[in-house]
Design a binder for this molecule. Structure first.
Ligand code: ZN
Length: 395
């Protein structure tokens, strides 16, 4: 591990990065300082155009938190080849344990390139060198699955739009089109990805970037409508050389600052399978959460790959719990499960986090597991439905 001076964004100056050049060993995680951050006050944003237009189908009240262990702020119904489980399967898995859940597919389709893998049909991006491409039909597929449910069942889900290319200046127009085609369905956009280890470089066409004005158009539109944004952006590159500038952090901070009206959840707190916590990440998160320009930034702790860092030791658990406790309104629990085959598989991430939940004051734990989800997504539902009443001609 090396210390170096980096003029990083959310952060400060001397940022020691890990650079032992290996991973998969306990040693790597030893110094994994945790992360976490969150956010707070949602601006009260505006809203309201209630008057106009006519009522779309009424949305039943969502189930309240009291009786559930958690709501899932990060869930994929389908995988990288657009296969998965049905929403009814998922309701069975949720049972009486999980109250509500976001629901989205994956906007990227892994191409089966015969010249690359022959008869082997890849189902995951790590199984082939063939590219990924944006698969917009995922939004129609998710919407139709949702519309097939009863109103009481629908009330438990917050579908998200993902099938757009964030490097395309027309991406925001796709989102608008989906809302107009399927009014009464969606609460947000994402999870979509800008920088992701092993994925971003495989996508056909122009590489996505935090600097691309196409992304600004997307976030502007999300803010205008009231759509919650779930954004995946690794905090660093997979295997940084010693001294390498984690430039993504600065770019991400500036991006979020440019869109104060938009509620943005930073997926996985920026971590990945091999993208490890930037040392001092805890301090970085603290600074980000305390920055009044970033009060619309939230964090989800989803993914078993993230849980492994958080529960690595009593020290990492305590450091994370302390940070969440200082910013109780800004963290959300999610599983990041992808088309789980059964309840046991689905519950693993929640169970892994048991030591973290146990380390939090009860009211903080409740906000992390259910309260913050309800506040953000209830607000999104109200705003998006109001936008639809004002902008979608009645049929
Ligand atoms: Zn995910």
């Amino acid at each position: 591990m090396v210390r170096l001076a980096v003029p990083v964004g959310l952060i400060s100056v001397a940022t020691p990065l890990q650079s032992d050049g290996q991973f998969g060993t306990g040693r790597v995680f030893r110094s994994a300082v945790l992360i976490v951050f969150g956010a707070v006050v949602l601006g009260t944003a505006m809203l309201a155009s209630s008057g106009a237009g006519k009522a779309l189908q009424p949305q039943p009240a969502a189930p309240a938190s009291g009786r559930y262990a958690f709501h899932d702020a990060h869930f994929h119904l389908t995988n990288y080849i657009q296969e998965g489980i049905t929403l009814r399967d998922f309701l069975t898995i949720m049972g009486d344990t999980v109250g509500r859940s976001t629901v989205f597919g994956i906007p990227l389709q892994q191409q089966w390139a015969y010249g690359n893998t022959g008869d082997f049909a890849p189902t995951y991006y790590l199984q082939t060198d063939a590219p990924l491409y944006y698969y917009s039909f995922t939004d129609a597929s998710i919407a139709m699955a949702y519309k097939a449910l009863t109103p009481a069942e629908q009330a438990r889900f917050d579908p998200m739009i993902t099938g757009f290319n964030p490097a395309d200046m027309y991406a925001a127009d796709h989102i608008r089109r989906v809302l107009k085609t399927f009014p009464g369905v969606f609460s947000g956009i994402g999870e979509f990805t800008i920088h992701k280890e092993f994925v971003s470089s495989k996508i056909s066409g122009e590489t996505a970037s935090l600097l691309n004005p196409a992304l600004d158009r997307v976030l502007d539109f999300a803010g205008e409508v009231g759509l919650v944004v779930i954004l995946h952006n690794d905090v660093d590159m997979p295997f940084p050389r010693p001294g390498q500038d984690p430039y993504q952090v600065t770019q991400l901070r500036d991006l979020i600052r440019r869109h104060p009206r938009t509620t943005i959840i930073w997926a996985h707190m920026g971590l990945g399978r091999v993208v490890r916590p930037v040392k001092d990440q805890l301090a970085m998160m603290e600074r980000g959460l305390s920055n009044p320009d970033l009060k619309h930034l939230y964090l989800d702790i989803s993914w078993d790959e993230v849980a492994k860092y958080v529960v690595a030791s009593p020290e990492t658990i305590k450091a994370t719990a302390d940070l969440i406790t200082r910013h109780p309104d800004r963290f959300l629990f999610g599983t990041d499960e992808v088309a789980p085959p059964d309840r046991g598989t689905y519950m693993k991430v929640y169970e892994t986090y048991a030591p973290l939940f146990a380390s939090l004051p009860p009211e903080v734990s409740q906000k992390l597991r259910t309260g913050n989800y309800e506040r953000l997504f209830d607000e999104a539902r109200r705003k998006v439905r109001a936008w639809e009443r004002a902008n979608v001609p009645s049929r």
